[in-house]
Design a protein around this ligand. Structure first.
Ligand code: NCD
Ligand code: ZN
Ligand code: ZN
Length: 346
């Protein structure tokens, strides 16, 4: 008789998700809702979600896009710009419409054209957020054209983040989708108000995945995957039991034809097999006992929310990832396309 290795944990949440809008939203939201109880939904739509009414209406569109009977809870965020109004931030947070605000340095990534041009422009907003305990979520890369794209996260730590944390020690910050050893060290050494999310792709791939044997647009996301030593540092941090580090997939769907082109979009669609992908890493690292904290406990603790009561079970059995998925009419290539993962959602 053979026995299957299984892992039962509290139902996880995804603390960094792009659900998009309209037809694509209907195509991709069920993948996230199938795996996660809640997700922090990013506001980088076109146009971006910059006010209370817009965010509330977007939340309704997400709920309408879910399969019948789904109890998935989208946690909404506000997109910060140079002209964000402090009163709007305070009102939306007090009303529970959004639970965090997102800082995109202008032109750092997909959908960031309306982002912040200089962090000092939003210091009044950040002071309000610090006072009311509202988390600031950061895409942490500088956009200076003189800085090499592989250094943009590390330079952001030196030029912006270190100063911000010193200026606003009580501000609750999530350093999103970290990709470097420098970021891992920064988070590990930070106080209780600084947390980080880590994506599955940055635990699985280094920059060779993008460039060896031909250019591979489906391995391209921002911040871009770095060299191997950074991937190893992230795997160490994710499995280290640091309670300020948690799951955030950064699932970022783009149509296949918009990635397979001369100027392809940044973003990896990892929602369909996200838990399978993460748990494989924890298994490889001999850290299955630490997976529940990363996936289901640390995020709620940082966001000051209850943990989920229900559970999910993962089992060590192969699952094949399709080459492409038809997401309500849009073809999208998932992370791990064509591979067989060693774990599946039971
Ligand atoms: N991660 C990405 O490469 N892309 C994200 C934006 C982001 O999270 O930076 C997207 O919205 O497509
Ligand atoms: Zn980002
Ligand atoms: Zn993102």
């Amino acid at each position: 008789m053979t026995t299957t290795t299984t892992l039962t944990i509290r139902r996880p949440d995804d603390w960094h998700t792009h659900l998009r809008d309209k037809d694509v939203l209907v195509g991709v939201a069920p993948y996230t809702a199938r795996q996660f109880a809640r997700a922090i939904v990013m506001p980088n739509l076109s146009p971006p979600m910059t006010d209370v009414a817009g965010v509330a209406a977007y939340r309704d569109r997400i709920l309408a896009a879910l399969p019948a009977g789904s109890d998935f809870n989208p946690l909404m965020t506000l997109y910060l710009t140079d002209s964000t109004d402090t009163a709007e931030v305070e009102r939306g947070f007090a009303e529970g419409v959004f639970i965090a605000a997102k800082l995109y340095p202008a032109h750092a990534t997909t959908g960031s054209a309306h982002g912040v041009t200089d962090i000092r422009n939003i210091y009044p907003v950040l002071e309000v957020m610090q006072r009311i305990g509202m988390p600031l979520l950061i895409h942490g890369e500088v956009t200076d054209s003189h800085v090499d794209i592989f250094d943009r996260e590390a330079v952001f730590i030196d030029r912006t983040l270190t100063r911000l944390v010193a200026d606003m020690p009580e501000l609750r910050i999530v350093f999103e989708h970290i990709t470097t050893e420098e970021a891992a060290q920064f988070v590990q050494g930070a106080g209780p108000n600084v947390a980080a999310t880590i994506t599955p792709q940055h635990l699985h791939i280094n920059r060779n995945a993008m460039l060896v044997g031909g250019i591979r647009p489906h391995a391209f996301c921002l911040p871009v995957a770095k060299r191997e030593k950074h991937r190893l540092a992230l795997r160490k941090l994710a499995t280290s039991n640091c309670e300020r580090v948690f799951l955030g997939t950064d699932t970022a769907p783009h149509a296949k034809h918009l990635k397979e082109t001369a100027c392809g979009c940044a973003g990896i669609f990892n929602a369909p097999f996200a838990l399978e992908s993460y748990v494989t890493v924890f298994d490889e690292e001999g850290a299955l006992d630490r997976f529940e904290a990363f996936a289901s406990l640390n995020g709620p603790a940082f966001y000051r929310m209850p943990v989920n009561e229900s559970t999910i079970t993962l089992e060590k059995a192969p699952v094949e990832v399709p080459e492409v998925l038809d997401c309500n009419g849009t073809l999208i290539v998932p992370f791990h396309a064509g591979e067989t993962l060693a774990w599946r959602l039971a």
